[in-house]
Design a protein around this ligand. Sequence first.
Ligand SMILES: [Fe+2]
Ligand SMILES: [Fe+2]
Length: 166
Amino acid sequence: MPQGQTKADLVHNLKEAIRSEKITGSFYKYIAEHVENGYIKKTFNRFAQEEATKHKDLLQERLTGLTGETYEPDLTKMDVPLKENGFSLSSAAKAAKESEVSAIEFYKLARDQDDPEYKQMYDDIIKDEKQHSLYLQQDKLFEEEKQLFKDSLGVKLFALFTAGSA
Ligand SMILES: [Fe+2]
Ligand SMILES: [Fe+2]
């Protein structure tokens, strides 16, 4: 472990990262479930898998190697508002974009904090996060969002009319 860094710091940071990967995975899954375009859907499903499975598993393995413990964050409190409160596609994309930027910074830091033998693991994760970040910067995503907004507005109006005629 590099000087000035404690094992406790690294353990704490790994747990935060595991939680963050799971949350970002949920955002991507949510986006994948709500877009019409098959290619965009496929891409976000792949991103969701990379965060919530690939990255999370790598970090969990590293945590277990350090402490012998497993850590599975409970996101039930977050998953509910995401699904039931109609989190908009653009806010999910915005949250994911912010999360990617901080993930890249975080993994660069963790790479220096951890033993050099794990450098490649962090570099692989950083490579994926950079791809995610670039993809989210495309304007095309927001064309899809406009469509979704139109659809949900239609559903709300329909509900209003049927409620009035009951
Ligand atoms: Fe990730
Ligand atoms: Fe990512």
